[in-house]
Design a protein around this ligand. Structure first.
Ligand code: IPM
Ligand code: MN
Length: 368
């Protein structure tokens, strides 16, 4: 299969982890005889420096034509003092909106080897395997009006949703649950917000189309609490943009492995943007310390969700598990009895695993 991939390295450790992602895609292409082509574009602070905007037009155009987009990270102290519309984060928000990527998928899985690094007791976090499905192009993030009023004495942000926007994200959550453990927790604030009451209504309507999936409704404050008291009780969590932003950060630390968590932002036709959940970590940028595994697992999500390459995705995930199992880890992971390696060494270990079966398979092919 031929696929064209746009790389958006961005800021801080973004370029390092993007390099690892590209190498992994090349290894997958090599092993499975695919042709992946690449082009890189600026976004975030890097784009502000080069083009005086966090999201140049040619970046958007290239992403619109791509089969998949990989983003490293955006932001850093260098651009913190700039006005709102010029901040690096605007690049990320803009590309999500312009590509119509309404569904943000953030899986959180407990890796046995990393449980001791969790801020929770091992027995609480063990077995956790949840997916946050966050609405990404509506709600408070994009609602209008948003402005200062009365000579700066009052301010307004707007939380608005169209029913159709709620319907499509709820459908995505049900579909995701169908290929997991068939349980959806819909999170809202229906005791206070009108938008949440509509959200609940839509979930209730839609559930008839997915009779195999069990649904529960939960208020966001209670959900925040249950994430730390009983995280393994969740399968799929679906929620609006701001609640999803907050809960996904909370969930990301549960398993003691922020440097491991991938994410996908997709729309219904499968086009997607894939990025590690961690940020640009400017303090370690350029030191070859950054853990590339979140990016590598994001590549696995791209293979699965945008290219329909399930076997390839599983090969990448298995390679990551295998390397961790062998005790290799980057500085952030602090495995008890492991071997610490640099970011690029970690990527090479995973690539070795991906390519490992190459020869055997080729030999097998000669005999059949
Ligand atoms: C995230 C980030 C972004 C968000 C920021 C950088 C705008 O926190 O991807 O969760 O709030 O969506
Ligand atoms: Mn966030």
């Amino acid at each position: 299969m031929k696929k064209h991939i746009v790389l958006l390295p961005g800021d801080g450790i973004g370029p390092e982890v993007t390099k690892a992602a590209k190498q992994v895609l090349e290894a997958v292409a090599g092993r499975y005889q695919h042709t992946f082509t690449f082009e890189s574009h600026d976004i975030g602070g890097a784009a502000i420096d080069q083009h005086e905007t966090p999201l140049p037009e040619d970046t958007v155009e290239a992403c619109k034509k791509a089969d998949g987009v990989f983003l490293g990270a955006v932001g850093g102290p260098k651009w913190d003092q700039l006005p709102g519309h010029m901040r690096p984060e605007k690049g990320l928000l803009g590309i999500r909106k312009q590509l119509g990527l309404f569904a943000n998928l953030r899986p959180v899985q407990a890796f046995q080897q990393l449980l001791h690094a969790s801020p929770l007791k091992e027995e609480v976090v063990a077995g956790s395997d949840l997916l946050i499905v966050r609405e990404l192009t509506g709600g408070l993030y994009f609602g209008e009006p948003r402005e200062r009023r009365d000579n700066g004495q009052s301010v307004v942000d707007t939380l608005s949703y169209k029913r159709s926007e709620i319907e499509r994200i709820v459908e995505k959550a049900f579909e995701s649950a169908q290929v997991r453990r068939k349980h959806v927790t819909s999170v809202d604030k229906a005791n206070v917000l009108e938008s949440s009451r509509m959200w609940r209504e839509v979930v209730e309507e839609k559930k008839a189309d997915y009779p195999d999936v069990e649904v529960e409704h939960m208020l966001v404050d209670a959900a925040a609490m249950r994430l730390v008291t009983n995280p393994s009780s969740f399968d799929v969590i679906v929620t609006e943009n701001m609640f999803g932003d907050i809960l996904s950060d909370e969930a990301s630390v549960l398993t003691g492995s922020l440097g491991m968590l991938p994410s996908a932002s997709v729309r219904q036709d499968g086009v997607g943007l894939y990025e590690p959940v961690h940020g640009s970590a400017p303090d370690i940028a350029g030191e070859n310390k950054a853990n590339p595994l979140a990016s590598i697992l994001s590549v696995a999500m791209m293979l699965k969700h945008s290219f329909g390459m399930h076997e390839e995705a599983e090969t990448v995930e298995a390679a990551v598990h295998e390397v961790l199992h062998s005790g290799f880890h980057t500085a952030d992971l602090q495995l008890k009895d492991g071997v610490e390696v640099s970011g690029s060494q970690m990527a090479s270990k995973v690539i070795e695993q991906i390519s490992a079966n190459d020869t055997t398979e080729n030999i097998m092919r000669c005999y059949v």
